[in-house]
Design a protein around this ligand. Structure first.
Ligand SMILES: Nc1ncnc2c1ncn2[C@@H]1O[C@H](COP(=O)(O)OP(=O)(O)OP(=O)(O)O)[C@@H](O)[C@H]1O
Length: 297
């Protein structure tokens, strides 16, 4: 069995508005770090809450490690929205409450503290005095109690300063190495996801626009093109079936995907466009993201 999470045709409506999650199908392979992307309101949190059983779906199925969600015996750890901690208790005491509820041995606390890199000094201080980054790490430590095989983190880097973001990145990279663990990380920070994810899924207005291993996605080259008439050049390229990023500042070169540089140059020159710059660039997740959103519009 190689799939940690398999979602088919999942739908969730709130009242009479268009569905927040609209026939979404997602496959997360085991041991993946799955970057779940989408703008604010795309439906990421709703999807994750459905996976966790915090909301009831209107349609569709969710399977965890090959079993229907409700009967899955594997523990799923999660951090959804801001961590709720007991501020008057120390980090260690916060973990101990959760540990008792799960009937786990005391040594479990040191294990998870070590993974999230909270040292004894920090663990013995009151959580109320923690920085946001430390709070996030403590909440992740709590989610790791009992060694869940699937860990779901909703925007774990939200609100963190650059140091906090760097620490979180290192932690996310480390997690799958701590055991047979699969990670789903929702985020709108594309550059962050790019640095940690093995797979990405892109949600847009409740629909899944794209799902792919990150490497496959980035395999496509992006080509920068500058001509004396970028609007006309873009039209020529789009009409020829190539993707042109449409949301870049006018002074930036056009960014084209879907063909090698020579083909793009050949087409533009053939159509009378004066080419002043042509450079090949590895497509960033940001380019791919905006390209996909533009296609869906
Ligand atoms: N409990 C609720 N009642 C009504 N509408 C809701 C509820 N929860 C979410 N929604 C709506 O569903 C849509 C998707 O929201 P969701 O929070 O899942 O998006 P998201 O991708 O997680 O965005 P964000 O990054 O802002 O958290 C939004 O239009 C939101 O207003």
């Amino acid at each position: 069995m190689t799939t940690a999470l398999e979602i088919r045709d999942l739908t969730k409506r709130f009242g009479k508005r268009p569905p927040a999650v609209d026939h979404v199908s997602i496959t997360v392979p085991r041991r993946a770090i799955y970057g779940f992307l989408g703008a604010n309101g795309a439906g990421k949190t709703t999807t994750l809450k459905l996976v966790l059983g915090l909301l009831r779906p209107d349609g569709g199925t969710i399977r965890l490690f090959g079993q229907p969600r409700g009967s899955a015996t594997h523990r799923v750890g999660s951090l959804i929205e801001t961590p709720s901690l007991y501020d008057h208790l120390t980090g260690r005491e916060n973990l101990d409450i959760a540990r008792r509820l799960l009937a786990l041995p005391v040594r479990e606390i040191n294990r998870v503290l070590e993974i999230v890199d909270l040292d004894a000094g920090a663990a013995n201080r009151r959580a109320g005095g923690y920085s946001l980054g430390m709070r996030q790490r403590l909440a992740i430590a709590r989610a790791l109690l009992g060694s869940p095989r699937l860990l779901i983190l909703d925007e774990p880097a939200n609100g963190l300063d650059p140091d906090g973001i760097r620490d979180m990145r290192a932690l996310l990279r480390r997690l799958p190495e701590t055991g047979d663990m699969t990670l789903i990380v929702s985020s709108h920070l594309l550059s962050e996801v790019e640095l940690v994810a093995t797979h990405v899924g892109l949600l847009h207005r409740g629909r899944l626009l794209l799902e792919s291993p990150l490497e496959e996605l980035r395999g496509g080259e992006a080509v920068e093109v500058r001509t004396d008439d970028p609007v006309r050049s873009a039209r020529i390229l789009i009409d020829a079936g190539f993707a042109v990023a449409t949301d870049r500042p006018a002074e930036e070169p056009l960014l084209v995907t879907g063909a090698p540089p020579a083909v793009i140059a050949g087409l533009l020159v053939e159509r009378g466009q004066a080419l002043s710059h042509l450079a090949s660039r590895r497509a960033s997740l940001e380019t791919i993201y905006h390209d996909q959103i533009a296609r869906a519009a």
